[in-house]
Design a protein around this ligand. Sequence first.
Ligand SMILES: Nc1ncnc2c1ncn2[C@@H]1O[C@H](COP(=O)(O)OP(=O)(O)OP(=O)(O)O)[C@@H](O)[C@H]1O
Ligand SMILES: [Mg+2]
Length: 468
Amino acid sequence: MIRGIRTRLALALLAVVAGALVVAWATVVPSLENRLVKAKLDQLQRDAVPVAVNLPDRVFWQEYVEQTEFLVNARIVVYDLLTAEPPALTVAADSRTGSSRDVERDITAQIAASTGRTQRGTTRRNDKRVAEVAIPLDPAGPIVLFISPLSDSLATVRLVERRLLGAGGLALLVALVLGYLGASFHAHRIRRLERAAERIAGGSFDEPVVDGGSDELGELASAFDRMRERLAQLDTARKEFIANASHELRTPLFSLGGFLELMTDEDLDEETRTEFVTTMREQVDRLTKLATDLLDLSRVDAGRLHLEQETVDLGAVARDLLDEMRALAERRGHPLRELLEPETIGLGDELRVLQVGRSLLGNALVHTPAGTPVTVRVGHRDGSSFLAVEDEGPGVPPEHAPHVFERFYRIEGDLASGSGLGLAIARELADLMGGRMELETRPGRTVFRLVLAAASPADQGAPAPAES
Ligand SMILES: Nc1ncnc2c1ncn2[C@@H]1O[C@H](COP(=O)(O)OP(=O)(O)OP(=O)(O)O)[C@@H](O)[C@H]1O
Ligand SMILES: [Mg+2]
């Protein structure tokens, strides 16, 4: 295939050069020939007229033409006009001594005789092209014909032709070699790209795709390299995800296995057994939540998580949320507050908004010291509607803040350890609803905010307006 490119490019160049040559030949050679022949005829006519006009008496004709031949550098023939109509000519003198047979029926002389005007033209004599000028002297008088070889003029044309051919041949050769070399160079680059693509297809993303060129192939190589980097990232993310997920699944499973073993002990008193069952229930809950979260994330990744885009009364969602979590807040000793701006309507999926709220409020209850108040706030800001959870805990340290929305990200030393998926899912859901997650944090005040496009209360119940 590469060989194909090389040969094809070389042949294409060859064809272009050959075409250019033919065009050059066709425009130069015939017109040059015409000009040179015309120049020769002009010259012959200029020289011939004085010689013809000074033709002496008939008896001196032969002597005169023999003597003046060298002046005009042409064979001179004088004809007698026997009859004018049709013109009948007979040779009366010829500067070329010997046979005058070849000029007896000369067409140029005959036309001059019948028209009575000077006639010029070219013809072939003894296989050579010659220029001819025929001058009739009087209406019924003699015709003087001048014949001069065109070989000099035509030699120039032939020379130009030969040069053109030589230069053309050279150009063809150069085109062939250059075409082949150029194609080889590109073929080499293409093959390098092909190898890189095969490497990437084989799953090795370490070696960068390099090509120094700034042309289309260079751009293709950079595009390949960007693709390689992206694939490498995705590959790493995938491996990390699987490793993290299996690790997260293993911990509660091990613990469950351990407790099951302990439960087989016959001497276990009822109180310890109840305690074990409670712990096992917690582990099962944790596994169930993990499985649900992983399922959500894999649905997001596969693009199969379908979210409604409808008007959501954020105040109502916040009240449901508070009712749901009040028991946990009491258990943890957190006073719960609510600040709900009336008629706060956002665009999104009600169940998913509740899910995000659950995750945020859950975090505020478990990742902060007992006794600190937690506020759920709903309101408008800059043309958007939001649902926020604010706490008075120690906050997220600045070096961790940019990462808390990443999958499986947990802050080391945090005693309440979850799986680190809650905020990652919250962000994915916010994106899918066309909104975003925001975080403001400092010791003593941390706000996690779900921001959604605002809708007016009048829209509620009506289908959602198209996203702008
Ligand atoms: N309100 C908060 N105050 C302080 N730290 C927080 C707060 N919310 C989250 N974090 C930190 O961010 C980390 C990530 O939160 P995320 O909700 O994603 O995971 P998680 O709560 O640990 O586990 P999961 O929610 O999956 O059960 C938490 O582990 C915690 O360290
Ligand atoms: Mg959480």
